[in-house]
Write a protein that binds this ligand. Structure first.
Ligand code: ADP
Ligand code: ADP
Ligand code: MG
Length: 667
């Protein structure tokens, strides 16, 4: 076994690989960009090497610097994770040329599957069923249009170099073909540097079912059953599960055989996934699935297969890369229970799933295993206080559950998602929760169109819970902190023994003011009204910012997080999040008399317009910050001289970080 490996990745997958390496006694080297100096993967590794500025093209895609880092630190092998360089045959060749082992397949196996058209042609020869279509050489629009007619509409145009759901266009009628082809080619060119496309029959009611495979250097190839990844939004996976609902044993065996044939055809070594599209318009059939593509790496959703097989796939990857034979045979494997994975992202569901950034001022997961099998498993690359920056994938965590059967696992998923408390950025947690409770999904009626069909219901913002809003108002007024004294006559801020004290506060929900009036009846006993409605609450503090709340004869537990100007209250099923006024403009002037300039939100410094010693006038733009896809100009709040500029252009800054100081005002 290797003594030391380098992980050429970041985020949750880097942490996940490090966790297994550590368990196996293998030392780890992380690499990081300037934006990731304080990231979790750096903290988890035994040592870490800086590889460049935040841009991926200058850091995580710099194979030369990564290989140099491995050589300098004495690492013997490189684990690529997923994304970045994981499926780049030139990188793998360079790793091997440097005398290092690559924890993954050979360059030729990656190359054979790298382009979807060549991969399909190869699979056809190997006798694996492929989606009917055209994957030949010609790119002549008229010829391709004729092919589309031959295949029969609807058809799917795919950029052959595409990935991550990009470069695909569904065409339902011939009149739209030319335009769709052009746009798929454009996206292929701009995203993957290759405009060439193939055409496929669009399978109606498609299900995405993929088979996990593993090969070793001794000619053994096994499959580790299927995953159903049909819950997708814009061809990107949202929730995955294993096994697939309604999978007959004969179809499972046929798909497993086809996947093994696919892997054997390219002499596959390591972890891989053979993706099939299946006809989901009726029960799954042995002649109703077709090869789509092979992903020659460990996949994002691998933990659901680990859950049902009891194996650690990163351990298998390390063993196989070190030349050991696979420690399990096909006949040793059996499916144990059911597992789901939900991908938790910082994204704004209401704004069309726009990726979001922010500092995770509060981040709590329900108790579970980390990077290891269990009824609940959390794989996360961030900790409380970390920032989701605009540079990389805004994933917060993967929530993985395992239960004895599908219903039990799904119920566990719903509870686990409700128990994930994130403040400081918007997330897709409510959306994932709505999916976990979706009736059709609950019955196992999955297809890739489910989310789009029911999007309005799934993305609907639940009506605010007045009890949670009331808790936020109490938190804003400091009436929850310190916790109520167990002595009933103890002091509580605002508590007056002789009359019922009244307090008022205005908070912002999605930028709109909400006003609250609070009547304090006694310690931990309040009435909070907003508009017409009044909510009476009795509150007792528990440990760790949690409170026992009684209202209208119901008792529940709520967690309260106050961080910066954010106040978030997490109830059993939903949350209420507010910001405190004052508005942004006032916040730029932190510190007494505007002597300092602080970042009003996490973002990227795109321009610095003042240097130390510069004389500035009130209102002069000093720094431009890009955050949430917008530019924010931070201006001088008074006339004076700049003492020190603490940031440079392209610095990633966190919420409240000091950016600039002014010399003390005269006299
Ligand atoms: P999975 O099937 O495991 O969900 P995805 O296709 O969603 O895999 O991709 C997993 C990761 O790899 C994502 O971070 C995605 O952005 C990245 N990725 C996939 N294909 C490419 C590609 N061709 N170029 C760069 N990154 C890619
Ligand atoms: P990527 O490399 O982006 O992952 P895939 O070829 O794996 O591209 O396709 C991504 C998704 O697009 C699939 O999971 C499936 O939902 C949908 N899809 C792909 N091919 C077809 C098809 N022929 N018919 C219907 N849906 C398809
Ligand atoms: Mg795919």
């Amino acid at each position: 076994m290797f003594k030391k490996i380098l992980i050429a990745n970041r985020g949750e997958i880097a942490c996940r690989v490090i966790a297994t390496a550590r368990r196996m006694g293998v030392r780890t080297v992380a690499v990081f960009s300037d934006a990731d100096r304080n990231a979790r993967h750096v903290a988890m590794a035994d040592e870490a090497v800086r590889i460049g500025p935040p841009e991926v093209s200058e850091s995580y895609l710099r194979g030369d610097r990564i290989i140099a880092a491995a050589l300098e630190t004495g690492a013997e092998a490189i684990h690529p994770g997923y994304g970045f360089l994981s499926e780049n045959p030139d990188f793998v060749a360079a790793v091997e040329a440097a005398g290092l082992a690559f924890i993954g397949p050979t360059p030729s196996a990656i190359g054979a599957m790298g382009l979807k058209d060549a991969a399909k042609a190869l699979m056809e020869t190997a006798g694996v069923p492929v989606v009917p279509g055209y994957h030949g050489e010609s790119q002549d629009p008229a010829f391709l249009a004729a092919e589309a007619e031959r295949i029969g509409y609807p058809v799917l145009i795919k950029a052959r170099a595409g990935g991550g759901g990009k470069g695909m266009r569904l065409v339902e009628e011939p009149a739209r073909f030319a335009e769709a082809l052009e746009s798929a080619q454009r996206e292929g060119k701009s995203s993957f540097g290759d405009p060439r496309c193939l055409i496929e029959k669009y399978i109606t009611r498609p299900r995405h079912i993929e088979i996990q495979v593993f090969g070793d250097a001794h000619g053994n190839v096994i499959h580790l059953f299927e995953r159903d990844c049909s819950l997708q939004r814009r061809h990107q996976k949202v929730i995955e599960e294993a096994p697939a609902p309604g999978m007959p044993e004969a179809v499972r065996a046929a798909m497993g055989r086809a996947a093994i044939e696919a892997a054997r055809a390219i002499g596959y070594r390591g972890a891989g996934t053979v993706e099939f599209i299946a006809d989901g318009s009726g029960p799954l059939r042995e002649d109703g699935f077709w090869f789509m593509e092979m992903n020659t790496r460990l996949q994002v959703e691998h933990p659901v297969s680990e859950a049902i097989t009891g194996l650690d796939f990163v351990e298998l990857q390390l063993r196989v890369a070190a030349g050991e034979p696979l420690p399990v045979r096909q006949e040793d494997l059996a499916i144990d229970g059911w597992a789901f994975e939900a991908r938790v992202y910082a994204e704004d569901v209401a704004k069309g799933f726009l990726p979001a950034t922010g500092t995770l001022g509060h981040l709590r997961f329900p108790a579970g295993a980390e990077f290891a099998r269990g009824p609940l498993r959390i794989d996360s690359g961030v900790r409380e206080g970390d920032t989701i920056s605009p540079w990389y994938d805004p994933m917060i965590a993967k929530v993985i559950v395992h239960g004895p059967d599908r219903d039990a696992a799904l119920a566990r998923l719903d509870r686990a998602l409700a128990g994930c408390h994130v403040a400081g950025t918007v997330t897709n947690l409510e959306f994932l929760g709505a999916l976990a409770r979706h009736e059709g999904f609950g019955r196992g009626e999955v297809d890739t169109g489910l989310i789009a069909r029911d999007l309005a219901g799934l993305a609907a913002v639940p009506a605010a819970d007045p009890r949670l809003d009331a808790m936020a108002a109490l938190a804003a007024l400091d009436l929850l902190d310190p916790p109520p004294d167990p002595d009933p006559w103890g002091s509580l801020p605002g508590w007056c023994q002789w009359s019922h004290a009244e307090r008022f506060v205005a908070l912002l929900r999605d930028g709109a003011p909400v006003e609250f009036a609070v009547t304090i009846f006694g310690p931990g006993h309040f009435s909070v009204s907003s508009g017409e409605a009044a909510t009476e609450l009795r509150i007792a503090a528990l440990e760790d910012c949690r409170f026992k709340v009684e209202s209208s004869g119901r008792i529940f537990t709520a967690a309260v997080a106050c961080h910066g100007d954010v106040i978030a209250v997490f109830g059993p099923d939903q949350k209420s999040a507010f910001r405190r006024p004052p508005p942004l403009a006032d916040m730029a002037a932190a510190g007494p008399a505007g002597d300092t300039l602080a970042a009003p939100m996490p973002g990227l410094v795109t321009r610095v317009m003042a240097a130390a010693g510069a004389m500035v006038s009130k209102g002069d733009p000093l720094i431009i910050l890009e955050a949430m896809k917008m530019e924010h100009t931070l201006a001088a709040t008074r006339d004076g001289t700049v003492a020190e500029v603490l940031v440079a252009e392209l610095d990633q800054v966190s919420d409240g970080m000091l950016l600039l100081t002014m010399e003390a005002a005269d006299g």
